[in-house]
Design a protein around this ligand. Structure first.
Ligand code: NAD
Length: 348
């Protein structure tokens, strides 16, 4: 049995990653396409063998409810459109996979979760890092305390943007700038590898004056997250810097450093520990996987076996609660507490 996916939005991520990945999935297959561009729809449908009757526009999207070949609707639209398409999608009775960030605000996430609960459908947020072997290995090693207690984390996600007209630079469609788009990976991956929730954040924010890229959304956020037992995660995200996506976890008896931590490929994991007076550094080599294929097959498996997805809507909401606290801290110059989340058992 393979679960049928309707892909909503045929932009870069869909065309370059998700559609090719579906071809390699074991439990998932492409069943339908949704796009605002009839020409692109026709071309992509022909390329991937999707029937004309399984091609939809944003207007007749809701008709997916009558398509028995579709089990999952995968929302790959600009962030500001996630809420509308998740809620309309849930009403069709299909399960929902939603790209990150889940929405623009925590309030929108709550509406999306409620809509999926009411419709009785599963909701998963596409946090592919949680299905990526190097990040999973780090989580396991920290859980087993291989290097003793975790003390602090340094995490960065920076890249260069070029086009101020792109939706990523429009507040209404993006929700924010570097933080929700790429800084989110530092938040989500830190929470994932520690298996814990931050209790407090403190942040600075900056945008270069006069740069049209940052007329509506922020360029840079630097923040700290305080976790239980005194663990501090020090994070920076920047939208106008040379590509860098890494983190290090520093423990009592050694460290783990992951380069290309949030990239699609190229993860490079190093471990250091001491043997007598000698400092040993070793590479931990793991087989690469297609993160998108593993992620979709995970959701398909949850549907086939009626299980809860690993990265739930509640988890997507938690990241928005944390991001709102980060913005508040940058605005007020004060640390902001994160209330204990009653749903935390849903994501750790
Ligand atoms: P993109 O700009 O390449 O594609 C967006 C698509 O949405 C385009 O085909 C565009 O035509 C369509 N669209 C429909 N209505 C639109 C509107 N009103 N304004 C602008 N575009 C509209 O973006 P993308 O990089 O494919 O990102 C799509 C989603 O996927 C975003 O939520 C993004 O955060 C997420 N994403 C996730 C990852 C990941 O690794 N998980 C990577 C990239 C993007």
């Amino acid at each position: 049995e393979r679960i049928g996916y309707a892909i909503v939005g045929l932009g870069h991520l869909s065309l370059e990653e998700i559609l090719p990945a579906l071809n390699t999935c074991k439990k998932s297959r492409l069943a339908a396409l949704v796009s605002g561009s009839p020409d692109k729809l026709k071309k992509v449908a022909e390329q991937y063998g999707v029937k004309p009757e399984s091609c939809y526009s944003y207007e007749n999207y809701d008709q997916i409810k009558n398509n028995p070949e579709v089990d999952v609707i995968y929302i790959v639209l600009p962030n500001g459109l996630h809420k509308e398409y998740v809620i309309r999608g849930a009403k069709t009775g299909k399960h929902i996979l939603c790209e990150k960030p889940m929405a623009n605000t925590a309030a929108e996430c709550r509406e999306m979760i409620a809509a999926c609960t009411t419709a009785g459908v599963k909701l998963m947020v596409a946090y592919r890092i949680q299905y990526q072997p190097h990040n999973r290995k780090i989580r396991d090693m920290l859980k087993q305390k291989v290097l003793g207690e975790t003390k602090y984390i340094q995490a960065t996600n920076g890249q260069a943007s070029a086009n101020p007209d792109h939706w990523r630079h429009k507040k209404a469609l993006a929700g924010g700038g570097a933080l929700p788009d790429i800084g989110l990976y530092c938040i989500n991956t830190n929470r994932f590898i520690l298996g814990q929730e931050p209790t407090e954040v403190f942040a600075y924010q900056y945008s270069t004056p006069g740069n049209p890229l940052f007329a509506e959304v922020e360029e840079m956020v630097s923040w700290q997250m305080k976790f239980p037992n005194g663990i501090i995660a020090n994070c920076v995200t920047n939208y106008d810097s040379h590509d860098n996506k890494d983190y290090g976890v520093f423990c009592e008896k050694g460290w783990l450093k992951l380069d290309n931590a949030y990239a699609y490929t190229g993860q490079d994991l190093k471990k250091s520990h001491a043997e007598g007076k000698e400092k040993i550094i070793e590479n931990i080599v793991l087989a690469a996987t297609d993160q998108f294929a593993v992620e979709m097959d995970h959701f398909s498996d949850c549907i086939i076996n009626n299980k809860r997805p690993f990265s739930t809507g509640e988890e997507g909401l938690q990241d928005h609660i944390i991001m709102e606290a980060i913005y508040e801290s940058a605005r007020t110059g004060r640390p902001v507490k994160i209330p204990a989340n009653a749903d935390a058992s849903l994501f750790h």
